[in-house]
Each structure stands twice: as structure tokens, then as C-alpha cells.
Ligand binder design. Structure first.
Ligand SMILES: [Ca+2]
Ligand SMILES: [Ca+2]
Ligand SMILES: [Ca+2]
Length: 186
């Protein structure tokens, strides 16, 4: 009886996140989830070996809308108006970082955003799938973490980082490899 009450207690305080939908795009897996706080969603994402989605390009941003926006390809198209993505400026106001550690190379904020709630503190970011103002659809908005929201989790390492960035990384890796070979370092 006591155990049952304890279990019930923990079930009430922590939302159980479930996967609603799974889609592959550009080598990575994307999962649409039930609602939770940012902390709950990211913890769940990490337990699956992923992170809350990091949107690294216009193409990846479009993929989200084409899949889960109104009229999208998924059975869950139009299911949510907004979903949590893995971007935050909780550590330093105005400096946005991806929870995945990806470089912040693509900025998808709606016009006039981020606002930081006019100074009241908005440190997490949602993707707008549906809005009365059509210009905001497919764009991002900084929000506080008061409400539980659905999210997209991204699993995989194909980050769709812009080519010049990728090219520089490859050049640097091969430079250091060559240097190490010359110096006899393994
Ligand atoms: Ca990504
Ligand atoms: Ca902020
Ligand atoms: Ca805002």
C-alpha cells in the first residue's frame, strides 16, 4: 500500500514522456514526444542517446514544418501549435546555445524575437507550427518553462552544419593528422 502510494506520488510529480512519432531525415532520427518541461524532455532525450532537436540549417527548419506543420507528411501534422527545441540562453542572457553542443550557425527566430519576455526572463525556445500570424509559422520564439510542451528529439550525428564550417573542420583534422605522422606521433 505504502509502495503504491509512493509510486503514485512520483508518477504525479514527473510527467512520463512518450514517443508519438519517429521520422528519419538526412541520416538522423527525429522523435515527436508527448508534453514535458525542458528538463524532463532533455533528460528523456539523453536516455535515448539524443538531445532536444538542434536546427542547424534552413533545410532542417523546413523539414520540421513539412513534417509536423499543418498539412505535413506525418499523421501528427498539426497536432501541436508549438514545440520545444534544444536552444537556450539560460546560462548567459542573450547568448543562445544548443543543448546538443552543436555550433549556433542558423538563426530561425521570428521577427521581433527573442524578447526575453520584455525582461521578465524567457530562456527556452519553441518552434511555432501554427499561429494566427502566418509570418510566425516555422519560426522560433523564446519562452519561459512554465508550461509542459511537446518536443522533437534528434538522435544522430549528421548535423547539417553549413559546408564552409564542415570543410574547415575536415582541413584542420587532416592537417593535424599529417603533422602527427611527420612527427611520428600516433
Ligand atoms: Ca540538427
Ligand atoms: Ca533569455
Ligand atoms: Ca519571446
Amino acid at each position: 500500500m505504502f509502495t503504491a502510494l509512493l509510486l503514485l506520488g512520483s508518477a504525479c510529480t514527473q510527467a512520463e514522456i512518450v514517443i508519438l512519432d519517429s521520422v528519419y531525415w538526412n541520416g538522423n532520427e527525429y522523435l515527436l514526444t508527448s508534453k514535458g518541461t525542458v528538463e524532463e524532455l532533455q533528460e528523456y532525450a539523453e536516455s535515448l542517446g539524443g538531445n532536444l532537436i538542434s536546427i542547424n540549417s534552413q533545410a532542417e527548419n523546413d523539414f520540421v514544418y513539412d513534417t509536423w506543420g499543418e498539412g505535413g507528411t506525418s499523421d501528427y501534422a498539426g497536432y501541436y501549435n508549438t514545440i520545444t527545441i534544444g536552444l537556450t540562453d539560460v546560462d548567459e542572457e542573450g547568448v543562445f546555445v544548443w543543448l546538443s553542443g552543436d555550433p549556433f550557425t542558423f538563426d530561425g527566430f521570428a521577427e521581433g524575437e527573442p524578447t526575453d519576455g520584455s525582461g521578465n526572463g524567457e530562456d527556452y525556445v519553441t518552434y511555432i507550427l501554427n499561429n494566427e500570424n502566418e509570418e510566425k509559422i516555422g519560426a522560433w520564439n523564446d519562452v519561459n518553462d512554465t508550461y509542459s510542451r511537446g518536443s522533437i528529439i534528434e538522435i544522430g550525428t549528421m548535423n547539417d552544419v553549413p559546408l564552409p564550417f564542415m570543410f574547415t573542420s575536415i582541413l584542420m583534422v587532416s592537417f593535424f593528422k599529417k603533422r602527427n605522422i611527420r612527427q611520428g606521433v600516433k
